[in-house]
Write a protein that binds this ligand. Structure first.
Ligand SMILES: [Zn+2]
Length: 415
């Protein structure tokens, strides 16, 4: 068998194994659903809400199976009929320019995969989330979100791809290093301006007004050694009833963003505890460390890409007759996915450890009991699964399961 045929079957095998592994984990997780709400959660998780939770899981589970099978089948058929090479042939009738050809190619592929995803995301938002009372997205918001998503994707994706292609054309074998530096600069720019440039396109943020909540937050952050200038409230309720808070940016741009739903559902001391947790991530350098790890991972990936992308079999496996950079890029993307799953696993382990540390930090500067009730409320509101399967947690959860976080916090409760 020729190298490219072997590589083709290798690519198919990776995609199939990845899907089967995902299904095994889902199935294990489905079987570990408890029948009754765990004792510990019964105060904020009434039986009736728990029944709803089980229904929600069931519907999501079935939907996930259908949508993942569908996209896998589409991709396999596409690969079988050399779809990527066909798209490239079509694009070449338009342009053979070194930059426009790959950009058009990715534009067509990206747009097609988005169009395929739209019916699923419509169903998820307006049927599933609607049925369980989460959805607040209006059809108008949905359409606008999609359009803005296309534009931002086209601009950001276009700039990044354009840079990589340009480096590849002009920098030769060191292109991966240039691309790495370029991506790094972009990441810094993006995280600095995310809340001031990107987020406002989707949500409104208003500074948190003076009052009991604001002064309680200021008092806590002062104790926690964090100069807090920007606390914003975001209209998360525009899309969903689920509550959240996050931290973004650095330097002068750093700010804490609270969802309005969080303010509505939680008491003052609970909000303070949630924020203390977020500040913990910052003070304990979790944000810096995970950024550095991300940058290193990207560097390794680009280095390997630089090594393999000129290998003719990579393009030929996807049906191209000659080595083509942008087709090789897709082949590399699939071949690299087991490696990126592995490094992703490392990141989730790291992230769960960070969550415990941030909880412990919050317990020092806010009331641990308040963090416990806040966590219960947030996860009961989101109907999250109180008894996930340990394997599922190990491979997929960026946060430890609720019960384990509550137990860890028990040790911090001051008696
Ligand atoms: Zn956290």
């Amino acid at each position: 068998m020729q190298t490219h045929t072997l590589l083709f079957f290798f690519i198919i095998t990776i995609l199939l194994l990845d899907a089967v592994w995902g299904w095994i984990l889902e199935e294990l997780n489905r079987k570990s659903w408890a029948d009754k709400v765990p004792e510990r959660l019964s105060d904020f998780y009434p039986q009736e809400k728990f029944e709803k939770q089980k229904q929600y899981r069931k519907v999501n589970h079935r939907f996930g199976k259908i949508s993942s099978t569908f996209s896998l089948v589409v991709l396999l058929i596409f690969l079988w009929f050399h779809g990527f090479a066909r798209v490239d042939e079509l694009v070449q009738q338009l342009t053979t320019h070194w930059l426009w050809r790959p950009l058009f190619f990715f534009g067509v592929v990206g747009l097609a995969s988005m169009l395929i995803g739209i019916p699923f995301s419509l169903y998820e938002t307006f049927v599933i989330e609607e049925k369980f009372g989460f959805n607040k997205t209006t059809p108008k918001t949905f359409i606008l979100d999609q359009i803005k998503g296309i534009f931002i994707g086209a601009i950001i994706g276009g700039i990044l791809l354009g840079l990589i292609i340009w480096f590849y054309e002009f920098a030769g074998r060191w292109f991966w290093l240039y691309a790495w530096i370029g991506l790094l600069a972009f990441m810094i720019f993006f995280s600095k301006f995310y809340t001031t440039l990107i987020l406002p396109l989707f949500n409104k943020q208003t500074p948190l007004e003076e009052g009991e909540l604001r002064s309680a937050i200021e008092k806590m952050s002062q104790k926690a050694g964090f100069t807090l200038e920007n606390v914003f409230v975001m209209d998360g309720s525009k899309r969903s009833t689920k509550a959240n808070a996050f931290f973004s940016g650095f330097g002068k741009n750093k700010r804490i963003v609270l969802f309005d739903t969080l303010i509505r559902d939680l008491e003052t001391d609970e909000i303070v505890a949630v924020l203390a947790h977020e500040i913990g991530h910052f003070r304990l350098k979790h944000i810096v460390r995970s950024t550095v790890l991300g940058v290193l991972q990207t560097g390794i990936m680009l280095f390997l890409l630089g090594w393999f992308v000129n290998e003719p079999a990579l393009s030929e496996a996807l049906g191209a007759s000659k080595p083509v950079f942008h087709i090789g890029l897709i082949g590399f993307g699939i071949l690299y996915s087991p490696v990126s799953s592995l490094s992703g696993l490392g990141m989730t382990i790291f992230s769960r450890r960070n969550e415990y540390q941030a909880d412990a930090f919050a317990a020092k500067y806010a009331r641990p009991e308040a963090l416990q009730t806040a966590l219960k409320k947030i996860s009961a509101n989101a109907l999250s699964n109180p008894t996930p399967h340990p394997w599922y947690v190990f491979f997929n959860y960026s946060h430890p399961p609720l019960l384990q976080r509550l137990e860890a916090l028990d040790k911090k409760v001051r008696r």
